[in-house]
Design a protein around this ligand. Structure first.
Ligand SMILES: *[C@@H]1O[C@H](CO)[C@@H](O)[C@H](O)[C@H]1NC(C)=O
Ligand SMILES: *[C@@H]1O[C@H](CO)[C@@H](O)[C@H](O)[C@H]1NC(C)=O
Ligand SMILES: *[C@@H]1O[C@H](CO)[C@@H](O)[C@H](O)[C@H]1NC(C)=O
Ligand SMILES: *[C@@H]1O[C@H](CO)[C@@H](O)[C@H](O)[C@H]1NC(C)=O
Ligand SMILES: *[C@@H]1O[C@H](CO)[C@@H](O)[C@H](O)[C@H]1NC(C)=O
Ligand SMILES: *[C@@H]1O[C@H](CO)[C@@H](O)[C@H](O)[C@H]1NC(C)=O
Ligand SMILES: *[C@@H]1O[C@H](CO)[C@@H](O)[C@H](O)[C@H]1NC(C)=O
Ligand SMILES: *[C@@H]1O[C@H](CO)[C@@H](O)[C@H](O)[C@H]1NC(C)=O
Length: 777
């Protein structure tokens, strides 16, 4: 998605093309609707209601269901009704988004309520406009609960807790009238240079699948009649590893990468949770733009998986077929190409679908438009929109940012932080000397870095400085430098050094900023369209760290950003490193709780941390030849000396206690059960209670195509008192060990290795073999 503001501008652009090509209104005053029309009867099945309504609609009315109002509200919930009317009349628009993150939710919902009520009346069937939002950390408006961004959530490895969080976000959305969200993002964070890594759940297909399924099930939360609370959009189909990490750049791969890697989370979520919508990515894959990729959007999604939801374009993606990909000679061709690829809803751009208004006599186009309208109306009926189209204004106070949501937010914040290094100074007793005088240093230690989908200058809540103020006797603050602005840097660093010298402990907050910082004289360095040429800390932050390290005062480095940063200097020159990724509004309090030991850290990395910017791929599930491609020893990289071993591997994270793994057992496959059972005994061998993420990986000896050496296949998070142990057992249907070759599933009779342990690193794993004697499929 582009920013909300940009969407508003694009929306203005889109008016003229629709208006110019549209035919005059077909007697819109003639309202044929009678109260006993089948589609108005909530007791009938959705399919019957859709069929009835579609039969009453003409081509232009059906086409209107493919259209979106971009950002409807401007600053302070201002809007232009005449403009909406121009866009809408006489056909009825389909979806609307708030369009600003910088207005409180009470005002926005109130204004939006009137806009929806009014625009709904503009079409003769009173088909309501559906309110849609990005909703990554929560509804994107002030005074809602600002939860963490996806990469932080996944670092908790706690699916039950995450499910509660999504349930809370869903409730807040529903009360605010948001019935459809453009989340979750199921792309794999395999390219650390990409600026959108923070929007993803990590680098592993299985892990991302589990978070995706939990998201869709809890956001949609269908009731007994199948009515969805909030419809979801799985996105971006497929994306995440564009060339060199450049947003919009092509994804490289073929049919085997598609089936075995990139589409895995989409397959899992479609099969297990039936998401209402899907968004193809901006990228092309194997040369074909995903927005017009009939093979994957039609043949794979519709025919092979049998999925029948709404496919919506990403913002402006249909015009990009013409403007950027150069695969459509004009935007009308782009619109037809997208329709052929079963895209049925357009966001932003120069309105390719609007240009189809003149093609009602083309039977092929008319039939595709009818299918698109059918899918959109199905989504609307399924969310109960016809019965209940408006925000529930009376419920906002109490349900949004409710007293129950704040402790939940704090809990997942605490569980998501990853302790990467601890030389023993943590946890620090609140009565001890180190917390008597703490210097908090770093650009934006006062600022919540919640990712691209958070209200920009969010004021509620606790950034790192405020968190430390809650645990230390005396706290001093010096910014030290800007994230990405050299102005005045020497004087700022000198001030930070003076502040550090006078303290017992430094909390150094280093970061990459994921929101627009123009208002505080800094610039953004992470997020969509903010890709990384280098994986180190942007701007003068390394210079700042060196100057602080020279004081000799102990340093706790807190890293913030949606990135797997290269942090070699910090590894060698700090006592503690905690990666917080993109926290919500209670991140500072959670950091403080970890520092004092009130919380025992339990987060684990969902992206591998590289040693060098250039030594990629870094993901743990690399292919055998990824790191052994040449004939030279000891390494293929001769100069400079690169090493593609991760500094901190996927699945890694420290605790204040230790765990032992024993009695690892792996059963052989038997055709009677069809399952393999992996079990182990985990014991807390330290002196404090703690949570451990037990991880199971597998690999196969010989395959038809090259596949990763190790693949995550199960995980669970358990809580153990000191000295306590627990037997953990995982049942794995043998089909899950299979893989696709040219679109056909294989499960080979072969020897499989299972690894069990606390991270993806060999040193943290114990392995056992399993023999599978028969083909399962
Ligand atoms: C399901 O639909 C029936 C019939 O319309 C209705 O009586 C019942 O209350 C609905 N149940 C829920 C959970 O909405
Ligand atoms: C509102 O929109 C209409 C129609 O596009 C336009 O003519 C008018 O100038 C707009 N008003 C404002 C205040 O922007
Ligand atoms: C609703 O529409 C009427 C005219 O159709 C207009 O006068 C009024 O301002 C609109 N109200 C809102 C809240 O947009
Ligand atoms: C909404 O949030 C703002 C800060 O962003 C705060 O000043 C205001 O009191 C909040 N309003 C309500 C009703 O909670
Ligand atoms: C937060 O975590 C604590 C400790 O695990 C638990 O007792 C509490 O119920 C949790 N609260 C919420 C709202 O999840
Ligand atoms: C850098 O900081 C200075 C001083 O605060 C400010 O005037 C300038 O606009 C900033 N530059 C950018 C690119 O933000
Ligand atoms: C790469 O780093 C790993 C872990 O530090 C080390 O075991 C290995 O020897 C290194 N390889 C080379 C070629 O330097
Ligand atoms: C699996 O089969 C192999 C070969 O028959 C055998 O050596 C091994 O003990 C078996 N493992 C288990 C857990 O039964």
């Amino acid at each position: 998605m582009l920013s909300a503001l940009k969407m508003l501008l694009l929306l203005w652009l889109s008016v003229s093309s629709f208006g110019a090509n549209a035919e005059p209104a077909a007697a819109s005053a003639v309202d044929k609707v009678t109260s006993n029309a089948l589609y108005l009867n909530p007791k009938l099945p959705v399919s019957a209601r859709v069929k009835d309504l579609l039969s009453r609609m003409n081509y232009l009315e059906q086409l209107a269901q493919t259209r979106s109002y971009g950002g409807v509200l401007g600053y302070e919930a201002s809007y232009n009704y005449t403009f909406l009317e121009t866009l809408n009349a006489p056909y009825g628009g389909s979806s609307a988004s708030f369009g600003t993150y910088s207005t409180n939710c009470y005002l926005s919902a109130k204004v939006m309520s009137a806009v929806i009520a009014n625009t709904t009346k503009l079409n003769r069937f009173h088909i309501p406009v559906i309110t849609v939002g990005d909703s990554v950390n929560g509804p994107t408006l002030w005074n809602t609960t600002l939860f963490l961004a996806s990469l932080s959530m996944s670092s908790s490895w706690n699916i039950p807790l995450f499910s509660e969080v999504v349930n809370a976000i869903s409730l807040e959305n529903r009360v605010l009238g948001v019935r459809w969200v453009y989340s979750p993002e199921l792309d794999l964070a395999r390219e650390p240079k990409f600026g959108r890594v923070g929007e993803m759940y990590g680098e592993d297909p299985y892990l991302v699948s589990r978070f995706g399924v939990a998201h869709v099930k809890n956001m949609q939360a269908p009731d007994a009649n199948g009515t969805l609370r909030v419809a979801t959009t799985i996105k971006h189909f497929i994306y995440g590893s564009s060339t060199a990490g450049i947003n919009l750049a092509p994804m490289v791969g073929g049919i085997n990468d598609f089936y075995n890697i990139y589409s895995v989370p989409f397959q899992a979520v479609i099969k297990e949770a039936n998401p209402a919508a899907l968004m193809p990515s901006y990228s092309s894959y194997d040369g074909v733009p995903m927005t017009s990729n009939v093979a994957y959007t039609n043949l794979f999604l519709r025919d092979e998986l049998g999925w029948d939801g709404v496919a919506t374009s990403d913002d402006s993606a249909m015009s990009f077929l013409h403007d950027l990909h150069k695969t459509a000679k004009d935007i009308q061709t782009a619109g037809i190409q997208a329709l052929e690829a079963s895209i049925g809803h357009e966001i932003g751009g120069t309105s390719s679908f609007g240009t189809l208004a003149t093609l009602g006599n083309d039977p092929r186009v008319a039939s595709l438009v009818k299918t698109a309208a059918r899918r959109m109306l199905t989504l609307k009926f399924k969310t109960g929109l016809f019965e209940n189209p408006l925000p529930d204004l009376a419920q906002i106070n109490g349900k949004v940012r409710s007293p129950a949501h704040l402790p939940l937010n704090l809990n997942i914040s605490k569980e998501s932080m990853v302790l990467l290094k601890n030389d023993g100074i943590l946890p620090i007793k609140t009565t001890g000397n180190l917390l008597s005088k703490v210097a908090v240093i770093g650009p934006l230690a006062t600022y919540i870095n919640a990712g691209s989908y958070a209200a920009d200058d969010y004021l509620i809540g606790s950034a790192v400085l405020r968190g430390i103020e809650g645990i230390a006797k005396e706290v001093t603050f010096s910014r030290g430098c800007f994230v990405n602005n050299d102005t005045n840097v020497d004087a700022m660093i000198a001030d930070a050094v003076k502040t550090a010298e006078a303290a017992e402990l430094v909390v150094l907050v280093l970061r990459s900023s994921s929101s627009n910082l123009d208002n505080i004289g800094d610039v953004r360095t992470d997020g969509e369209f903010y890709d990384h040429a280098d994986l180190g800390f942007p701007g003068p932050q390394l210079q700042l760290h060196k100057a602080i390290a020279a004081t000799g005062v102990p340093i706790i480095v807190i890293i913030s950003g949606g990135q797997a940063v290269e942090m070699e200097y910090a590894v060698a020159n700090s006592n503690v490193i905690i990666h917080t990724f993109l926290q919500g509004d209670l991140g500072g309090e959670a950091v403080a709780s970890l520092i004092t030991g009130a919380t025992n850290p339990s987060g684990k990395l969902t992206v591998s941390i590289p040693k060098y910017s250039g030594a990629t791929p870094i993901y743990y599930n690399y292919l055998p030849t990824n790191r052994k491609a040449g004939i030279c020893t000891p390494t293929d990289w001769q100069w400079p000396v690169l090493n593609s071993t991760a500094r901190y591997p996927f699945g890694f994270g420290l605790s204040y206690t230790t765990f032992s793994y024993s009695n690892v057992q792996v059963s052989n496959y038997t055709s009677t059960s069809g399952n393999i059972v992996v079990s182990t005994t985990v014991k807390n061998t330290g002196s404090v209670a703690g949570q451990e993420v037990v991880q199971v990986y597998f690999g196969q000896a010989f395959l038809v195509i090259e596949r990763p050496i190790k693949n995550l296949i199960r995980f669970t998070k358990i809580n153990l008192e000191p000295g306590a142990s627990q037997q953990v057992s995982f049942t794995i249907p043998v089909e899950e060990l299979g893989y696709y070759v040219n679109g056909k599933k294989h499960v080979d009779a072969d020897t499989y290795t299972f690894w069990v342990g606390s991270s993806s690193d060999d040193a943290d794993l114990q392995s056992k073999l399993s023999l599978q004697a028969h083909h399962a499929l």
